[in-house]
Design a protein around this ligand. Structure first.
Ligand code: FE2
Length: 190
């Protein structure tokens, strides 16, 4: 992931969601004191403009923490055991995540979540997020919006997803999220 990609993705796209969320909140009565509260309130009231921006803000805040500098890493013992139970092996998990990321139609996010306590791979469209689903706790995500890869990989989402999964996953963060507190780790006060 190049410096140019990070500069655009964090400095322009993520920043735009921050600015837009703040602008929309300034036009509304107080909906909550944290990003997660505001996002859930926006979903409950079908406030799509606010939901799209605040959920994207939370999703990106979570995504950056899922990444680490390039290195050969693997899940720690506790996480590896859970992955083996659910998918058979880490390789199978990575293949499943890549396939979900590549197969997802249009913009969205590929996720590894705890769903009612079980590890599960899924993808969600646009800004949609596990934080508005009661049964789900996020463990890991990959941004599959085109803005995540167009600078480095043009239209090649498969190459982007494969490279991120092979080289950039912060497995310590993923394992920490087994405690069910992943949502809080990307929350912020307003
Ligand atoms: Fe993004």
């Amino acid at each position: 992931m190049s410096a140019e990609t990070l500069a655009f993705h964090h400095g322009k796209h993520h920043a735009a969601y921050v600015a837009k969320t703040n602008a929309l909140l300034a036009e509304r009565p107080r909906l909550g004191s944290t990003l997660v509260e505001v996002t859930r309130a926006a979903r409950e009231s079908d406030d799509l403009p606010l939901f799209n921006n605040s959920a994207q803000l939370w999703n990106h805040s979570f995504f950056w923490q899922c990444l680490a500098p390039p290195a050969e890493r693997s899940p720690g013992p506790a996480l590896a055991r859970r992955i083996e139970e659910a998918f058979g092996s880490t390789e199978a998990l990575l293949a499943g995540l890549k396939s979900e990321a590549v197969g997802h139609f249009s913009n969205g996010w590929a996720w590894l979540v705890l769903d009612a306590g079980r590890l599960r791979i899924l993808s969600l469209h646009d800004a949609d997020t596990p934080i508005v689903r009661e049964s789900m706790q996020p463990l890991l995500t990959i941004d599959v919006w085109e803005h995540a890869y167009y600078v480095d990989y043009r239209n090649d989402r498969a190459k982007f997803a494969g490279s991120v999964l092979a080289n950039l996953i912060n497995w310590e963060f993923v394992e920490a999220n087994l405690d069910g507190r992943g949502i809080e780790r990307a929350d912020q006060p307003f």
